[in-house]
Ligand binder design. Structure first.
Ligand SMILES: [Zn+2]
Length: 177
């Protein structure tokens, strides 16, 4: 998925979290620290990173990008990091779980041609050949519609709750008088 969808879904899941920026950062980090680097290099080199031949997606050089992608999209490395932080803090640090959520969201939306999620790296090169989100406009359209509906519904219920609280507070004041 694209980084906007990742951050919007994470924002929903962690909406009760006070420091929302930590999960948001972990939700986009797997892409920023792999393909994001490639995009920055392409911009500096003046190469188009969105060309239709998708040459940029088979980055022969710099070789490091596919390795970084495998590392940042591996549930194995995520689990090691999550457990290590858990041991250090002596409690799970949930914002970090946004990294794992990113990987789980990516698995059904990448094809072998387009960075199929190497979620078992380095234990296995197994990946699922799904429909790539970038190749199917319906996926993105449905995704953003669902997000818009949920965010709108949350906004409405939050406002309604606020109105009800002010209404009852005003009533209570009247009763006290
Ligand atoms: Zn990703």
């Amino acid at each position: 998925m694209d980084i906007f969808s990742h951050s919007l879904w994470t924002g929903l899941i962690y909406r009760k979290e006070k420091k929302i920026w930590w999960p948001i950062i972990f939700s986009v980090a797997p892409d920023l620290f792999s393909n994001g680097i490639y995009v920055v290099i392409s911009i500096f080199k003046g190469i188009s990173f969105v060309d239709s031949t998708r040459v940029h997606l088979n980055p022969v050089g710099p070789e490091i990008i596919p390795t970084l992608y495998s590392f940042s999209h591996s549930l194995v490395f995520f689990a090691i990091a999550f457990i290590a932080v858990w041991l250090i803090l002596k409690k799970p640090w949930w914002p970090l779980a946004a990294w794992g959520i990113h990987i789980l969201v990516d698995i059904p939306f990448h094809s072998v041609k387009y960075f199929a999620t190497p979620f078992l790296y380095p234990l296995s090169s197994f990946s699922i050949d799904s429909i790539n989100w970038g190749d199917n406009n319906y996926i993105l359209a449905i995704n953003f519609c669902v997000l818009a509906v949920i965010y709108f519904a949350l906004y409405i219920t939050k406002n309604k709750r606020k109105h009800l609280v002010t209404y009852f507070n005003a009533k209570r004041k009247l009763v006290k008088r």
